[in-house]
Design a binder for this molecule. Structure first.
Ligand SMILES: [Zn+2]
Length: 158
């Protein structure tokens, strides 16, 4: 998924990492002659690249980001009480990750762009990246709830 740069920090080896609005980091190294990104070395030119979009492969891999904490959860739903809005395409807000906790039965969890379907069983957790269109569908009896997480630690700012 495309994500926006919200800040930068340096890793243990002093390589520059762009902080993305999803909570993941992506290296933006200046390593001549292999990769040329002289702009990353200077605070002024670096700042002009805030807001740039980069492809985040960690979001595509449904990799949970560091530094996020739960702040809200839905009531428990079953096959009869599941809100219609969850059965059709919807998204979380920017910067909000969700975990679908299946307590009983089975739930089909579909990511729509690109299309992918996961069948979650009791004890499974479905990872929902920010702003990723998705929907769920009970596969027979099911009991589940959704837990929302946001960044607990501040973004690295220059
Ligand atoms: Zn990401």
């Amino acid at each position: 998924m495309k994500r926006s740069i919200v800040g930068f920090h340096q890793d243990e080896e002093a390589h520059w990492v762009a902080d993305l609005d999803c909570g993941h980091g992506r290296h933006v190294r200046h390593q001549p002659p292999f990769v040329e990104r002289p702009w990353v070395l200077d605070p002024v030119t670096r700042a002009t690249h805030r807001g740039d979009e980069l492809e985040c492969l960690r979001c595509d891999a449904l990799e949970w980001p560091p530094g996020f904490a739960p702040y809200r959860r839905t009531p428990g739903f079953d096959a009869d009480t599941i809100p219609a809005a969850l059965r059709t395409s919807h998204t979380t807000k920017a910067g909000v990750w969700a975990k679908i906790h299946v307590e009983r039965g089975r739930l089909r969890y579909r990511l729509l762009d690109p299309p992918r379907e996961l069948e979650l069983a009791a004890g499974d957790v479905g990872i929902v990246p920010p702003e990723a269109p998705h929907e769920v569908e009970p596969a027979g009896e099911v009991a589940f709830y959704v837990e929302f997480h946001r960044r607990a630690s501040p973004t690295n700012e220059d």
